[in-house]
Design a protein around this ligand. Sequence first.
Ligand SMILES: [Zn+2]
Length: 458
Amino acid sequence: MFDPITALKEYVRFPSVSTDSKYAEGMDGARSYICGLLKTLGFSLEVVETERHPIVYAERFGRPEWPHIVLYGHYDVQPADPFILWTSPAFAAEERNGRLYGRGAADNKGPTIVHMAALQSLLSKRPDLPLNITYVIEGEEEIGSPSMPAFFDRYGDRLAKADFMLVSDTGSPNTDQIVITTALRGLVDLEVRLTGPKVDLHSGIHGGAVYNPLQALSELCASLHLPDGSVNVPGFYDDVVPAEDWEREELKRYPETEASYRDLLDVPAFAPARGLNPLEAVRFGPTLELNGIGGGYQGEGSKTVIPREAFAKITCRLVANQDPIAIQDKVIATLEERCPQGVRLNVRRGGTAEAYLVVPPNRPNTPRDQPASLARAFAAADQAIESSFGRAPIYLREGGSIPVIADFKKRSGLDALMIGLFTPEDNLHAPDESFDLGLLSRAVTAFEQILSGIAAKD
Ligand SMILES: [Zn+2]
């Protein structure tokens, strides 16, 4: 038997930074470590080679008629730099005031240990637990999961035999209020470049004759929103699945108000799209954001120049049912149509990711083809979270993106029950990342009940 806190410390001490080849040994160590835990839990293991970091694929199979779940996680972590800002060394796994500090302690090593410790406890009481489990733990989540498409090519059909997946790679507002995430936003990336004259021009000699690329870019970018905050791209909202009334009600239970949110961000006023309040807008609506804009003279003092070019970096967050490629096409077509004649437009298409949405069972518009085990899982999660944390979970769409979740749905048809174990104090991706050990032990109890509730009745 392993002790969850000891196991988490040992796991965090492997510096598994996937983006930096210096950490190859840490990646190998972390992967071997979880393989070891899975072996003690009785799983058969396959280490699936990829171009960079192998994927751990593990199975525990009994009878084909048992419910079958997929547990997804990742053993890689973000870089820990700047190291100087850490109170204790980033991979020392130091325990202070009920928290374990270290890069990856929360994202995603803590939740992985929670799942495994819950399983260990349950199997010690019910060694013949009637539940088929597949583990997929990848080592490239923090660099965008580049090996997952090829993995789905090889394993997609096997995964498709499962009923649904269970994931803890999302957040909750505090250690007493757990959120079940029902949606993730998709993403579209593009970069716009406007070019005017062949070189920068003297504004005294040529000013007045040519269309200044910065002026053209400003006009073009400003045209992308309406005064009511909505995105002014024809067809942008066509396929949006609006939030249901129950989702708006559920959001009211979230321990944040418009005023506390405004204080947190220190903005003079919010600017949500029409029909949404700010708390709704970050979860229920799609966006178009200018992430960077530039061109012309940026140095000290002034320079009377007409710059030869200007650029803008744009991304959109999409909600369920919006096709990222179609949205990218619509934004580009709009830019082309509105671009003034005096400049040339060049658009670089960046990456895209699909949004994801699962409607929990027993809500309006729940799809009829949801497996019965998914309904049992949501019911078990609801009860287990309320009994372990003292409050029923809140079912909430999230504004962020985890593209691999939509890929599991697309490639293998699996929906996800996403139970958030991060809290804002965890400092994900930042110095002094940590995981709350009180939450860890309550979550182990809750997950034991959840897994037991999903298993067949014996
Ligand atoms: Zn993560």
